[in-house]
Design a protein around this ligand. Structure first.
Ligand SMILES: [Zn+2]
Length: 503
């Protein structure tokens, strides 16, 4: 039996000016292809690795054409999309089943649902074969994805620490299907709501409870897979937002009942998915006041408007500027993306005193207000190639590359300046650069929820800071033209009753 295993993964922020060419899909210059994929993904904390581990327990011929995953950014270039999908489609010919690690929020220059287009092409070529898909919790679901897959399974955690388990779940259902043990039937639905990413964490109500319900329905055997996708709101496409997919063993009525209960519950609690804004100056002042509060560990200053893992440019300077203006001391900041400044500081060398402009280089056309470069003076404390192995619990064991990286020490703030877009969701971001994050009074992090996986347990306090950036938590800063209307909270649907679930 021949099984195809492949990955095509991208969370597209349609407001982001960061380009997404083929070179962005992969740890190096292009996606990983062929048999190397199996070696590379062995025991990694990813959906593909989970699928691989299940496939390796079966006596099958495994075809691994491509593993293409890019950090979030703007719409995917058409030639990159064509290359990835044609590689998968060509390898799928003659296969008995397909295992696909897809993100579920890919927007290309041409298509709003990159995954739906791929699945439709695969289904058309081979109508009868089972196709199992693993999706990120931020998937924005389209009918084409559900109609052309046999099994869909999504993460239950945010921070995403169950990517491997999601791959295992999808693959096990696929192999049970091939063995004739189950006959998956799948339904889906959505609600007109755009949950704020800052309110989607599974430490918090209501997503904690919603995901727990999904897990318990799977554990009890009532359903094969139950996925609630909070969706990715920074994609101005018709179907952005919250949705549910349920897979049962040949019981469409039960699947529909589970779907409706979850959607009704999410809709009921929609106001808890809305983020409350605070001005930046008062957030930094709150951070200063927190120094005198009891407790140990660093105070986290969260620059959540510019999270690269939501498509942020990672080079806006407003939060760092305010930290310097209010005179905070003993700060480590991760980080500013600025390959040009990195090059200047590498040329100056370790120990040199430099004055450089960092950040503020991307023009963010979707925003009315831009960021600007920040002039800083300090000592080049450390130069690194930016490579380390992730300790976890997110993406445990994976190789991280921040590109050539520099620590610039102003005396009060150690600023990490990097050359590849990397969200700080692992302590290695600091330890690999000679900074002990536990020993700092403050850590500035450009992140939204994923930082919680390691920084929440060690932090004294979290202060959310409204900076600037294309993953702004203030929807008023963005112009939505394509998302279906009305939709909450862009439209006031506080008293609106959902007219009824699809039959
Ligand atoms: Zn996600």
């Amino acid at each position: 039996m021949k099984i195809l295993l492949a990955m095509m993964s991208h969370e597209t922020n349609t407001f982001s000016p960061v380009p997404t060419p083929l070179e962005r899909f992969g740890g190096g210059t292009r996606p990983l292809e062929g048999p190397d994929i199996q070696r590379f993904f062995q025991n990694r904390g990813s959906t593909l690795a989970g699928m691989l581990s299940v496939a390796q327990r079966h006596d099958v011929e495994l075809i691994t054409p491509i593993a293409a995953g890019a950090p979030p950014s703007g719409p995917v270039d058409d030639d990159a999309y064509t290359y990835i999908t044609e590689t998968i489609c060509a390898a799928a010919v003659g296969c008995d089943a397909l295992l696909l690690d897809l993100h579920g929020a890919m927007v290309t220059r041409t298509y709003p649902d990159g995954e739906g287009q791929l699945l439709a092409a695969l289904r058309q070529a081979q109508p009868g074969i089972p196709i199992a898909v693993g999706l990120d919790m931020h998937a924005n679901l389209y009918p084409g994805m559900v109609e052309n897959a046999t099994i869909i399974s999504g993460y239950h955690t945010y921070p995403h620490i169950d990517m491997f388990e999601t791959g295992v779940r999808a693959a096990e259902i696929l192999f049970r299907t091939l063995a004739g043990e189950v006959a998956p039937t799948m339904v889906w639905g959505n609600r007109p709501m755009l949950p704020h990413v800052m309110r989607q964490g599974t430490d918090d109500f209501p997503n904690k409870e919603l995901q727990a319900q999904c897990r318990s329905l799977e554990a009890s055997g009532e359903a094969l897979a139950v996925s609630l996708f909070t969706g990715f709101p920074h994609a101005d496409i018709e179907n952005a937002g919250l949705s549910v997919v349920v897979v049962t063993d040949n019981d469409p009525e039960k699947a529909a009942a589970i779907r409706d209960e979850l959607l009704d519950r999410a809709w009921q609690d929609r106001s808890s998915f809305v983020y409350q804004l605070k001005p930046l100056t008062s957030s930094i002042a709150e951070g200063i006041a927190a120094r005198d509060e009891p407790g140990d560990g660093p105070i986290i200053l969260l620059d959540h408007y510019d999270n690269t893992a939501s498509g942020g440019t990672m080079d806006t300077t407003e939060v760092l500027r305010e930290i310097l203006a209010q005179g905070l001391e003993d700060v480590a900041a991760f980080g500013i993306f600025d390959p040009e400044a990195v090059g200047q500081m590498i040329a100056a060398g370790v120990g040199s005193r430099v004055t450089v402009n960092i950040g503020g280089r991307f023009h963010m056309g979707a925003l009315k207000q831009q960021s600007s470069p920040l002039e800083v003076s300090g000592v080049v404390r450390l130069i690194s190639d930016g490579r380390f192995t992730i300790r976890g619990p997110m993406a445990t064991g994976s190789a991280m590359s921040m590109g050539p990286s520099v620590v610039l020490d102003t005396g009060k703030v150690e600023i990490v300046v990097i050359s590849r877009h990397v969200e700080p969701y692992d302590l290695g971001c600091f330890y690999s650069l000679g900074i002990d994050p536990l020993a700092k009074t403050y850590l500035m992090l450009k992140s939204r929820i994923h930082y919680r996986a390691v920084f929440l347990p060690i932090a004294k306090k979290i202060v959310e800071c409204a900076g600037r950036g294309v993953c702004t938590s203030d929807y008023d800063e963005l112009t939505f033209e394509h998302v279906r209307r009305p939709i909450y909270p862009l439209d006031n649907l506080n008293d609106w009753e959902y007219p009824g679930n699809p039959v």
